[in-house]
Design a protein around this ligand. Structure first.
Ligand SMILES: Nc1nc2c(c(=O)[nH]1)N[C@H]1C(S)=C(S)[C@@H](COP(=O)(O)OP(=O)(O)OC[C@H]3O[C@@H](n4cnc5c(=O)[nH]c(N)nc54)[C@H](O)[C@@H]3O)O[C@H]1N2
Ligand SMILES: Nc1nc2c(c(=O)[nH]1)N[C@H]1C(S)=C(S)[C@@H](COP(=O)(O)OP(=O)(O)OC[C@H]3O[C@@H](n4cnc5c(=O)[nH]c(N)nc54)[C@H](O)[C@@H]3O)O[C@H]1N2
Ligand code: SF4
Ligand SMILES: [Mo]
Length: 740
């Protein structure tokens, strides 16, 4: 007789944190469906959720470390792999110093708290300032704008979806992406609910999408135009005396300065650069001001552009000017269970540019350099040239700008090590690949996303299966020991003790911390027998605002409580967080930080000079996840998705036909791609999804290689970034399109 068991866990694949219900029959995953009792997702799931089974069983998923021998990779034991890393890496570090090493952390590292927690330890062990991550091809403008406004790059307010009366969405398509920097399972249902309760949804996007189809109004903006358009909205609010700061008003500084900065951006002045008629701009401003509550939310289309930080800053400024900052129905700050009680008072503030990149002099932002500049740092000779690279959970060969240059750079490294479950376009360049366990063989807790969620929720998932190799924290710990010079045989427990010790020391430090004055050893003795990363999580949850403070608050959250509640624990709707959330030196919201003000001139110049060349934008499809899930047959089957969408008028004037091939050329490269003629895209805008291009030799992703698609980052230019955040420009790329 088969033995069937039922399990509940949170999907780790995107930011939506859906609850899954899995059946396991004799150790084999059976059915995966949405967990109807999940406190947050209530049964919602997308087609990717059920593919955890496929990822778990994928024969191409690496089970053992790989070492590069000539042009191919061969399996080795874990001890051999770490010995090889030591053999290859240490001479480079000894000869050229720590600054010859770099690290790149990819997107899944925030979906996996072992990496979130241990990534730090690895960076410290490497001892380099060459720190790169997917943040600078994604949301760094949001960190920067919130840093300038609130003094803390992590203090990101989210739209209070379930209570708002008016939602203005710019450059996001949550019907496909399931939302980002605003964690909410079932974005579609929540958006529909806004309209059902009489509210209004307005979506600004140069393309027609499922999200725009479900909105009250779709505004087709010129790619890159959001900052200018939001500035015009703010201009109207001042000009028509519609500014009303609401409850956050007593915490805001700089309203006058905003008025001055946006004054030139009249709806007429920005019309040519945004394609939005002045009367529409005025009406939207009036609607935002008149709505009982409203929130402005921008994502990829407002972040991965030349004015990413200004656009992201203006989403919050417009929200604040209409009285909707930090109030129910507006933009509000989450308070994840692991986050500490917030205290009022001046903070350390937010600064960037404490150090700069060697070649182009880009400022650091949150201790990171723009990943768009990684290739030039590898290929430009001289003191401080990067010769050794560690990638963790990333595929920069497909996800960062100018792939041709990036791949040439990766190929030229003296040594490269990757922590990754696949032999893909990036890891094929690695001398050693260290594969983590299957996502079902580790525990899960959304440390990053519960700090971005539209409700305060806690949900812990234990591992479903025994891992067949070391846990990811063990892999990263061993790697940290090797790179710090302690040798391939050193005991990872040294790092585990250090990581845990740091969190415990933080808990008892100061005179008003949650556990001030208590003995770390006493706290450690109270921890359960868990994996190393789970012990760190346990401390964070118990010292968080909702935690049991190690017995001081017996009703508080513990791991046992989470384990007893496999559908999660709902800690309620978001509550006002001002002024506790602020870490500015003034202890106030600083609406106009100096670097932000200084960048506004550049925006004015752009508005006056932008030309009419056709531009490229990206798009996402529900069945994809950046570059790494195209090896799942059920997700890639069917109609070709990697197409260049072209408006019928453009197709006609450029001589293109539906199903034919086009050659697309940008400042850095060209690709040949099948054309899809559709008025989903605006005239002068073409769209190509990212994350494709799986035809590189030396990879091992059999399904993906059969449907390779075309890599859109062969067209994006690494020399252009948003100067305030260092974020890459991935949308609004000038291109020329001709028949191939
Ligand atoms: N043109 C263009 N480019 C873009 C974007 C765009 O919109 N347009 N979007 C950008 C955005 S938003 C992002 S976030 C980036 C993503 O950029 P990356 O993070 O560099 O790329 P991913 O495709 O997410 O690749 C993730 C890698 O992590 C591995 N992986 C998966 N799970 C795990 C795990 O648990 N542990 C480890 N160690 N590895 C794991 C996968 O095998 C894969 O190699 O791409 C960016 N690039
Ligand atoms: N299915 C699926 N889900 C995902 C991912 C995935 O690859 N596939 N990736 C995940 C990741 S890492 C992230 S960061 C999120 C991203 O989540 P979203 O931000 O929702 O991402 P997109 O679906 O790319 O939506 C961006 C929209 O911006 C529009 N756009 C492009 N340029 C501009 C512009 O200049 N202005 C305006 N207003 N709009 C513009 C595009 O047409 C597109 O519709 O999705 C996550 N979820
Ligand atoms: S929406 Fe995201 S979290 Fe939910 S099932 Fe799909 S991939 Fe998983
Ligand atoms: Mo992302």
């Amino acid at each position: 007789m088969t033995e069937r068991s039922l399990h509940y866990r949170t999907c780790p694949l995107c930011e939506a944190t859906c609850g899954l219900e899995l059946t396991v029959d004799d150790g084999v995953v059976g059915r995966i469906r949405g967990d109807r009792d999940d406190v947050f997702s209530k049964g919602f799931i997308c087609p990717k959720g059920s593919t955890l089974k496929h990822l778990h069983e994928d024969p191409d998923r690496l089970r053992a470390p790989m070492v590069k021998r000539g042009e191919s990779h061969v399996e080795v034991s874990w001890d051999e792999a770490f010995a090889e890393i030591e053999r290859l890496l240490m001479p480079v570090l000894e000869a050229h110093g720590r600054e010859s090493a770099a690290i790149y952390l990819g997107n899944p590292s925030v979906h996996n708290y072992a990496l979130t927690v241990y990534g730090r330890a690895l960076i410290t062990a490497l001892g380099t300032k060459n720190i790169y991550s997917a943040s600078t091809v994604d949301q760094m403008p949001r960190h920067a704008s919130c840093g300038f406004l609130y003094g803390d790059g992590l203090a990101i307010p989210v739209p209070d979806l379930d209570r708002t009366d008016y939602l203005l969405v710019l450059g996001a398509n949550p019907y496909e992406s399931n939302g980002s920097l605003a964690t909410a399972p079932d974005w579609p249902g929540r958006l529909e609910a806004i309209r059902e309760r009489g509210g209004r949804l307005v979506v600004v996007d140069p393309r027609r999408t499922k999200t725009t189809d479900n909105a009250d109004e779709h505004l087709r903006i010129r790619p890159g135009g959001d900052a200018a358009w939001l500035a015009a909205i703010a201009q109207v609010l001042f000009a028509e005396d519609l500014v009303d700061l609401g409850p956050a008003g007593e915490h805001l500084d700089g309203v006058e300065a905003v008025a001055e900065l946006v004054a030139p951006f009249t709806p007429e002045a920005v019309e040519r650069a945004t394609w939005i008629e002045p009367e529409v701009t005025r009406r939207i401003a009036r609607e935002l001001a008149a709505a009982p509550t409203a929130a402005v939310y921008g994502r990829i289309g407002t972040n991965t552009v030349e004015f990413g930080t200004l656009a992201s800053w203006l989403t919050d400024v417009v929200t604040a000017l209409t009285g909707n900052l930090d109030r129910p129905g507006g933009l509000m700050w989450p308070h994840g269970a692991h986050q500490k009680v917030r205290r009022t008072g001046p903070g350390r503030g937010f600064t960037t540019g404490r150090w700069h990149t060697r070649v182009s002099g880009h400022p650091e932002v949150r201790s990171e350099f723009p990943v768009a500049a990684l290739a030039e740092e590898i290929t430009t000779p001289g003191e401080g040239q990067i010769r050794a690279l560690v990638t963790v959970a990333g595929n920069p060969a497909r996800s960062i700008p100018d792939s041709a240059r990036t791949e040439a750079a990766l190929a030229s490294l003296d040594v490269m090590v990757s922590v990754d479950p696949y032999l893909n376009e990036t890891t094929r360049h690695a001398d050693v690949i260290l594969p983590p366990p299957s996502p079902l063989a580790r525990s899960h807790y959304d440390l990053a996303f519960y700090a971005l969620a539209i409700r305060n929720v806690a949900n812990y998932s234990p591992p479903l299966f025994e891992p067949t190799g070391p846990l990811e924290e063990d892999i990263v710990a061993r790697l940290a020991l090797v790179v710090s010079g302690q040798g391939a045989d050193a005991d990872p427990q040294l790092i585990h003790d250090m990581v845990l010790g740091t969190v415990l020391a933080g808990a008892v430090a100061g005179d008003e911390g949650p556990l001030a004055g208590r003995d770390p050893a006493e706290l450690e003795a109270q921890l359960g027998a868990r994996s190393p990363a789970d012990r760190v999580l346990e401390v964070m949850l118990r010292i968080g605002w909702a935690g049991d403070r190690f017995g001081a608050d017996p009703d508080g959250l513990t791991m046992e409580k989470l384990e007893a509640n496999p559908h999660g624990i709902d800690l309620g709707a978001l509550t006002p967080q001002l002024p506790g959330v602020l870490k500015t030196t003034s202890g106030r919201v600083e609406l106009v930080a100096e670097p932000v003000a200084a960048d506004v001139d550049r925006l004015r110049t752009w508005v006056d000079t932008v030309d009419d060349r056709p531009v490229l934008v990206g798009r996402r499809h529900l069945r994809s996840n950046n570059s790494w899930m195209h090896n799942v047959e059920v997700l890639v089957k069917g109609k070709e998705r990697c197409t260049l969408q072209v408006h019928p008028d453009d197709a006609k004037s450029w001589g293109l036909s539906d199903g034919g091939d086009a050659k697309v050329t940008s400042s850095v490269g060209s690709v040949v791609v099948p054309v899809e003629v559709t008025d989903d895209v605006s005239p002068s805008v073409v769209s190509l999804p990212h994350g494709w291009g799986h035809d590189a030799p030396g990879t091992r992703m059999e399904v993906a290689a059969r449907r390779p698609g075309v890599n859109s980052n062969l067209l994006t230019d690494g020399s252009i970034v948003d100067p305030l955040s260092g974020n890459a420009v991935l949308n609004g790329i000038p291109v020329e399109v001709v028949p191939a």
